[in-house]
Design a protein around this ligand. Structure first.
Ligand SMILES: Cc1cc2nc3c(=O)[nH]c(=O)nc-3n(C[C@H](O)[C@H](O)[C@H](O)COP(=O)(O)OP(=O)(O)OC[C@H]3O[C@@H](n4cnc5c(N)ncnc54)[C@H](O)[C@@H]3O)c2cc1C
Length: 381
């Protein structure tokens, strides 16, 4: 059931083979219900395993190669279907190194990308600040030029892999122009003097997450990605790829919820028959399946379109909005089908219910996606 969409014309045979191979690997290496203690250790271990098996090669792009958006989406969909933390570990290697793949110098690529692909270096993406989440242009963290360095001062928050990453692609205000045009991108190695993990943040679906603080932290100029003032473009180009992949992860969670819902409907005896025999159950399952398929179509349209070199601003926003909001509904319906079991800790649908929530907020909240779509419609029809 989960691999039927591979017959769609969006994919090449290499994508079909990749998704099948990963599905088989996940079936033997991953289990959805991950424990909640020591997520740091679990993440490190997952990154190592994903690197050793070669899956992380798809999270980075070699010199002159394009990032294969469909491959990334298929990988995230499949990983999310098996294990949310494995999807997170894969996604952060991609998101955290994406700017280096897309716009890094040969020396930067050589220094970071092979280690990211082998699972030897953990990556992070540091854009958000306490006062600048949806409003990226309100960023205050500053990078002041001084000799052959930039000096960082300020904070970043909600940073995934914060505290365990080996390097952070960080965005800071260099002041070439006001608002979003005065921002630059840097690669900041963990452990630099003046760089501290100010707070570890706990969330409903445990992932490594932190607030970072910079006090006169010196970063060599050679660590800048792109040119001064180009940081917003670097961030948006990275998010263009990974926003669609957030939708793919939501799709994976929704598929798993539908699978669990179907199993429960078949297995649960009720009123002398089973839950599945009740017409209202069939209607619920039908709604869930329609949402899953429409999300999948939007995800792979956007991914295919990007791989053709076309602009996907509207399509990526549509995919993220519909797949994340839709997955929330599908998972909620699966919880409902499970009755009391649905909210019991350790049940797969219970962990999916917690896992999906943040996807409607990060990499552009649903309202931000609505604005992107609405503005694009008004401008381009
Ligand atoms: C689990 C998790 C992981 C994260 N990982 C990272 C990471 O690795 N790197 C990173 O840089 N950031 C990360 N973030 C931060 C994330 O990108 C921000 O939380 C997000 O951009 C929203 O910013 P905010 O939290 O400041 O909310 P706010 O910007 O204060 O927004 C609050 C709410 O306002 C609403 N809203 C926003 N814009 C509009 C609008 N125009 N009109 C109407 N309503 C609107 C939305 O409902 C939004 O949820 C992560 C967040 C979470 C929860």
């Amino acid at each position: 059931m989960h691999l039927k969409h591979l017959a769609w014309p969006f994919f090449g045979d290499e994508h079909r083979a990749l998704a099948r191979e990963l599905d088989a690997w996940c079936a033997t290496h991953l289990d959805h219900a991950h424990g909640e203690d020591d997520v740091d250790a679990q993440c490190r271990q997952l990154v190592k395993a994903l690197g050793a098996a070669g899956w992380l090669n798809h999270a980075v792009a070699g010199e002159g190669e394009a990032i294969d958006t469909r491959a990334i989406c298929l990988l995230r969909e499949t990983l999310a279907r098996y294990n949310g933390l494995a999807d997170f570990a894969f996604a952060m290697q991609g998101l955290g190194s994406g700017a280096i793949s897309l716009m890094g110098t040969p020396a930067q690529r050589e220094r970071y990308l092979p280690r990211v692909a082998r699972g030897e270096a953990l990556a992070a993406f540091a854009l958000s600040e306490p006062e600048a989440g949806s409003d990226v242009a309100a960023m205050q963290c500053s990078a002041t030029e001084d000799g052959d360095s930039y000096v960082l001062n300020g904070e970043k928050t909600w940073i995934s892999n914060g505290g365990i990453a080996d390097f952070y692609v960080l965005f800071a205000r260099t002041g070439e122009a006001p608002g979003s045009r005065g921002i630059s991108a840097f690669i900041v190695d963990a452990g630099l003097p003046g760089f501290e993990i100010a707070e570890r943040i706990e969330v409903i679906a445990p992932h490594p997450l932190a607030r970072l603080k910079f006090t006169n932290c010196r970063v060599p100029k050679s660590q800048m990605i792109g040119t001064p003032g180009e940081g917003f473009k670097v961030a948006m180009r990275t998010l263009d790829v990974f926003r669609t992949s957030v939708a793919a992860a939501a799709l994976g969670f929704a598929r798993r919820a539908l699978q669990e819902g179907l199993r429960q409907a078949h297995e649960r005896p009720m009123f002398g028959a089973t839950l599945a025999d009740l017409p209202l159950t069939q209607a619920k399952l039908a709604d869930m399946a329609c949402t899953v398929d429409s999300s999948a179509l939007l995800v792979y349209r956007a991914a295919w379109q990007r791989d053709q070199g076309l602009n996907i601003t509207r399509e990526a926003a549509m995919a993220k909005l519909m797949a994340t909001e839709g997955a929330q509904q599908v998972i909620d319906a699966a919880v409902q089908l499970h009755g009391g079991r649905g909210v019991r800790r350790g049940e797969i649908v219970e962990s999916l219910y917690r896992e999906i929530r943040a996807l409607r907020i990060y990499e552009g909240a649903s309202e931000v996606q609505q604005l992107i779509i609405g503005r694009d419609l008004l401008k381009n029809g």
